[in-house]
Structures are given as structure tokens and as C-alpha cells.
Design a protein around this ligand. Sequence first.
Ligand SMILES: [Ca+2]
Ligand SMILES: [Ca+2]
Length: 118
Amino acid sequence: MRDSVVTSGSGSETEYQLVTGNVVFDRERVDTYRVAVGCRDLGGSPQSSSVDVRVVVGDLNDNAPAFPVASYAAEVTENGEVGAEVVRVAATDADAGWNGLGNVEHFLVTVIYFCHIF
Ligand SMILES: [Ca+2]
Ligand SMILES: [Ca+2]
């Protein structure tokens, strides 16, 4: 994570701002940054301290669910059991929580019948 630094201060208080530089954050690549910020006085015997800052990249719904293969094939038995499972498919989504697979629905897009007419 690159950053720009602005410091200001007067008297007994100083302020440090951590701001984003020309970085495009991608939560699916890096979801959390840990930054250590230090402060040191310039006295005769310099004293210093530091604090950890945890920066979480918020998620956008920028990925569609994806199936691992382009198509599936299945077979059913003629006069088979009603309610029998035909096929089970799975999808993944790189986004998190509600943007990902936290809440999904599956639906039939098309059903195509092929009939042989004698
Ligand atoms: Ca998504
Ligand atoms: Ca995302």
C-alpha cells in the first residue's frame, strides 16, 4: 500500500494523516492492510512510539457468480421416481458476504425439449 503523508501540529499535539495514493484497491486480491504509524520527538534523548492501523477494504459486488465448467450433462431414467435429483451444480463468487455466496438464488434459465416424432 502506497500512501501520501501530511503532517501538521502545534503545541503538544501533532496530527498525521494516512491517505490513499494512486492505488486501486481490489478486495479480492488484498482485503486488509496493516500499517504501523510511528511518532518520534526531536528532543535531546528522542522518544518514540507507534500504533498499528488495520485498514479493511470494503467489498463491491464486482464479480458475477461463476460455474466451474461451461456445461453439465445428466441423464434421467424413463418412468423414474418423481422428485429424483437430476444434477447438482455449484457456483463460486469472489465477492464477500451478500455480494458473494452469502445470499444466492439458483434459477432455471431455459428448459429445452427435444422430441422425436415417429
Ligand atoms: Ca458477486
Ligand atoms: Ca468485490
